[in-house]
Design a protein around this ligand. Structure first.
Ligand code: OFO
Length: 173
């Protein structure tokens, strides 16, 4: 059985993951309107993954005798300055999520909830991967600079990445 404190903290994380999903959805839609379909596919897929992260937490809370709550979400940013701006925002957001996961892990240790601590290790690893991927993508974008041909190839690369990972959503959840 979850303590009220852990239940509340997990519900906050459910909200943050759902916000991440909305956030990536907004970026995907913006990229699609700019004709960058590969980037859009990559971000739509990422949005689905974030929804699964939220759902996985919700199911865990319910399994442990708590109540996973559906959060009220505000409308995310609609317009982005550039593709680089999108991925800088992604990296900053993922760093914020990693910090929140670390705080959750810390609360579990203080409350001696080793079961939830163990459950959260999946999120700890996931955040390492997501931050690394965002950094890699940003490095590529820095190399490309403002060059249109480079951006075209980058868009195709991300389309390939999204396609290669397709089907990975279920495995990750
Ligand atoms: Fe849920 O992994 Fe990103 O935010």
């Amino acid at each position: 059985m979850l303590s009220k404190k852990i239940e509340a903290a997990l519900n906050e994380q459910i909200c943050l993951e759902a916000e991440s999903s909305q956030f990536y959805l907004a970026m995907a839609s913006w990229a699609e309107t700019q004709g960058m379909n590969g980037i859009a596919q990559f971000l739509y897929k990422h949005s689905d993954e974030e929804r699964m992260h939220s759902l996985k937490l919700m199911k865990y809370v319910n399994e442990r005798g708590g109540h996973g709550l559906v959060p009220l979400l505000k409308q995310p940013t609609k317009i982005f300055k550039s593709v680089k701006n999108v991925f800088e925002t992604v990296l900053n957001h993922e760093i914020k999520v990693s910090n929140e996961i670390n705080k959750l892990v810390d609360i579990c240790l203080k409350e001696k909830d080793y079961t939830t601590h163990n459950f959260l290790q999946w999120y700890v690893s996931e955040q390492i991967e997501e931050e690394a991927l965002a950094r890699q993508i940003l490095d590529k974008l820095k190399l490309i600079g403002g060059e249109k041909g480079g951006l075209y190839l980058f868009d195709r690369d991300l389309e390939g990445l999204a396609a290669a990972e397709a089907g990975g959503v279920d495995e990750k959840a």
